[in-house]
Design a protein around this ligand. Sequence first.
Ligand SMILES: O=C(O)c1cc(=O)[nH]c(=O)n1[C@@H]1O[C@H](COP(=O)(O)O)[C@@H](O)[C@H]1O
Length: 288
Amino acid sequence: MTETPFGDRLRAAMDAHGPFCPGIDPHAALLESWGLPDTVEGLADFARTCVEAFGGAVACVKPQSAFFERFGSAGVAVLEDTLAGLRAAGTLSLLDAKRGDIGTTMAGYAWAYLSSDSPLRADAVTVSPYLGYGSLRPALDLAAATGRGVFVLTLTSNPEGPSVQHAVRDGRSVAAGVVDGVTADNAAARERGGLGSVGMVVGATVGSAATDLGLDLAGSAAPLLAPGLGAQGGTPAALRATFGDALPQVLGTSSREVLAAGPDVGALRAAARSAADALVTALDTPPT
Ligand SMILES: O=C(O)c1cc(=O)[nH]c(=O)n1[C@@H]1O[C@H](COP(=O)(O)O)[C@@H](O)[C@H]1O
């Protein structure tokens, strides 16, 4: 039986905890600053502490697959345990894997992250549309069938992003094409005034790019993951200018800024709560 759609589950979690999603990004430098070895045992300790601190305290948590994969299969096993820990805590997981491939291979990735039977299943996954939005179809369809979500890179937070995402063909930017696809996939949710299960990634550092490119973010009904807060220079106060009337759809995320508060579980949780509170204030969407 299909679960409640991801968009509805995310809306409820954002209303309950504020629109913030801390990342679990166990960089070598962070392991060191937490007094942990740069080994799979250090990784496991780090991730366990994050699950303990964030579970039940925030809307969603975003483990970054790269920092688990660098330890090979043992690191991937830690990622499986981390996702299971978040499930047990009743907290939504967004696996940051940024996958994108031709349709048949995409189906393999989709099964890995979005099937109800996979050990690496998450509530949602990040995907890259640069093989064409349509190549994501297996992930979009499986997510819809299993009550999960997909976040599509649209305007990324890094300085290299605009060279691809702002490029124009036949009078339309690449980013506008992504927004078209996402808007079509969220049509049913938009009609009933809800949040869709197909999200977009729009960096907290992109300034006026969405307006400049004529993107209708509010009309997409997409949850809008906004990375780049903190370490990359983005601030909650700047989100209003970037997102305009799409502010209620924004889910802010940061990793290093919050993780620097560890390894103390209470301090880490307090840092995540304070980031969530800052977003509530900046976005003027008080938790109900
Ligand atoms: O999809 C993402 O989360 C993402 C997209 C993007 O445009 N920029 C971006 O920084 N991210 C991710 O967000 C996290 C940012 O980490 P901090 O810069 O430490 O907050 C990393 O895991 C990035 O891979």
